[in-house]
Design a binder for this molecule. Structure first.
Ligand SMILES: Nc1ncnc2c1ncn2[C@@H]1O[C@H](COP(=O)(O)OP(=O)(O)OP(=O)(O)O)[C@@H](O)[C@H]1O
Ligand SMILES: [Mg+2]
Length: 485
């Protein structure tokens, strides 16, 4: 026996689904996914943080007819199990409605296709009052008054999504204007990140011009692909006839990054937190900076970022959620990824070591040497070949007993355990103290004063110019070079 029960009540269901957990940034990105799927190469996000704030997402994609639009406004407009075009970023037939109405109470979509315009609206208060799934169809006099519709007339096809009555995006209480601007800042950073490959452009991908209130958004590439090393060859994982590309990157060492790059990577703390997998679903970043609980975020693996490219037909395996904000790799993929991260964590450790060794190889420049002990461990030693110590050692090449005793004491009391703890702290703001330039100058004067021969002085200056910490003060060295003449 079966009975057919009535369809879900519109207002309660729509109100409940609002709490699905979108942030403003995720919601805007979800709507832009539709623009990208509709082959748009220009998307404008337009807003005013006025007393009546609204937000518009306008694209030049292929648009919708009235019939398409009416269907698009339905919850569950497509079956998630249906196959999709490889370029379609959609899956559930929900995003347009759920993302939009998670932020606002009134969603209007105006779309143009083959010269004709169609407009539909979900208004939660209207639906509540009508007590049914009352979708409003707007006529030209109604949609003609809406903000930015004039821009649609310049396009051959396109879609304008308008959010009004932004009760969630701008919650009451507090400084609404400030909250709105802050939310828009988050939206901007999110879009620059999740669509970075579209903004940068790559083969077989439309290059996307993304603007917010007219300002073009530049990409934030969390993998710094142009500058990062590729420590191992790409791997391809074959699942259900589909291919997953896994491409590991090793970021340049922090000391090689510009201030802007460090900022884009979330600051020094973000740099460490940012290690992990970067999962792209048809080139759109969906999940990032996670090791899927396979390993912890260790200091040594902090430069590792692994690009994982999944096609859009493996969503069922990856347990993609409606917001497309979480997904877990299937067991088979996890196993293979585990193997890759092990190789790479080792690789990052090596790069760390190599960096140390390189410096050690160039024996005269570093203060600390990292050396291999006979039993296989490593230890640190103050570099006796450093030009400053070499100058103090003088002709004999030997340091005075008291200086040697002092250095040995420092070396044998390095607080290694504590350093390890500090370096691995989540809120790691640990750093060396700045160099005291005055003290350096005093040392420099003292060293130069030991010889009356200008040629020797000049040689010493050349060596010091390359050595820590003098290499960080080229002006000071230059000043003394001029004094010597
Ligand atoms: N900007 C747009 N241009 C053209 N068609 C669109 C646009 N936005 C939505 N559509 C159409 O409306 C449909 C419903 O969109 P919606 O975002 O609700 O679901 P989806 O994209 O299919 O899946 P998902 O829930 O995963 O986002 C889309 O499948 C698409 O056909
Ligand atoms: Mg969608």
């Amino acid at each position: 026996m079966q009975i057919e029960i009535s369809p879900p009540l519109a207002a309660p269901l729509m109100e409940s689904i609002r709490a699905i957990g979108y942030t403003a940034a995720m919601a805007v990105a979800d709507v832009i996914d539709n623009s990208v799927s509709a082959a748009a190469d220009e998307v404008d996000v337009l807003f005013v943080p006025s007393a009546e704030p609204y937000l518009v997402i306008l694209d030049n994609g292929y648009g919708m007819s009235l019939a398409d639009l009416k269907n698009a406004m339905r919850y569950g407009s497509r079956n998630p199990q249906e196959g999709r075009e490889g370029t379609d970023l959609g899956r559930f037939g929900l995003g347009l409605k759920t993302a939009s109405l998670s932020q606002c109470r009134q969603l209007t979509v105006i779309s143009k296709q083959h010269g004709s315009v169609a407009a539909c609206r979900w208004d939660l208060d209207y639906v509540q009052a009508q007590g049914n799934w009352a979708l409003q169809i707007l006529d030209a006099t109604e949609w003609g008054k809406l903000p930015h519709v004039a821009k649609l007339s310049h396009l051959t096809s396109g879609t304008l999504v308008l959010w009004q009555n932004l009760d969630r995006l701008v919650e009451s209480g507090g400084d609404r204007q400030r909250l709105f601007s802050k939310a828009m800042d988050d939206v901007r950073e999110h879009l620059r990140l999740v669509f970075h490959r579209y903004i940068e452009g790559e083969a077989e991908l439309q290059t996307l011009k993304l603007r917010m209130n007219g300002m073009a958004l530049s990409a934030i590439d969390p993998l710094l692909r142009r500058r990062s090393a590729r420590p191992m060859a790409d791997e391809f994982l074959a699942i259900d006839d589909a291919k997953i590309l896994v491409r590991p990157f090793l970021l340049p060492h922090v000391s090689q990054l510009s201030a802007a790059e460090i900022k884009n990577l979330g600051g020094k703390e973000g740099l460490r937190q940012g290690q992990g997998f970067y999962v792209y679903r048809h080139k759109r970043l969906v999940i990032w900076a996670t090791w899927f609980r396979m390993i912890g975020k260790a200091e040594l693996s902090k430069l590792v970022r692994i690009q994982v490219d999944i096609p859009n037909n493996l969503d069922h395996l990856w347990a993609l959620d409606i917001k497309k904000a979480t997904a877990m790799p299937p067991a088979l993929v996890r196993e293979q990824l585990q193997g890759i991260i092990e190789k790479l964590a080792a690789c990052s450790e090596r790069s760390w070591t190599i960096r140390g060794r390189k410096a050690v190889g160039d024996n005269n420049t570093v203060v600390w040497q990292r050396l291999q002990g006979r039993e296989g461990g490593v230890y640190y030693q103050i570099n006796r070949q450093h030009p400053m110590l070499a100058a103090w050692a003088g002709e004999s090449g030997k340091l005075s007993l008291s200086l040697e005793a002092l250095l040995s004491m420092i070396e044998s009391h390095l607080p290694l355990q504590q350093l390890h703890v500090d370096l691995n702290k989540e809120s790691n703001t640990w750093q060396n103290r700045d160099i005291d330039e005055q003290m350096l100058e005093n040392i420099l004067k003292n060293l130069l004063g030991q010889s009356s021969d200008n040629r020797r002085k000049s040689e010493l200056l050349n060596k010091l110019a390359m050595a820590e910490p003098f290499n960080r003060c080229p002006k000071l060295i230059e000043q003394y070079r001029r004094l010597i003449g």
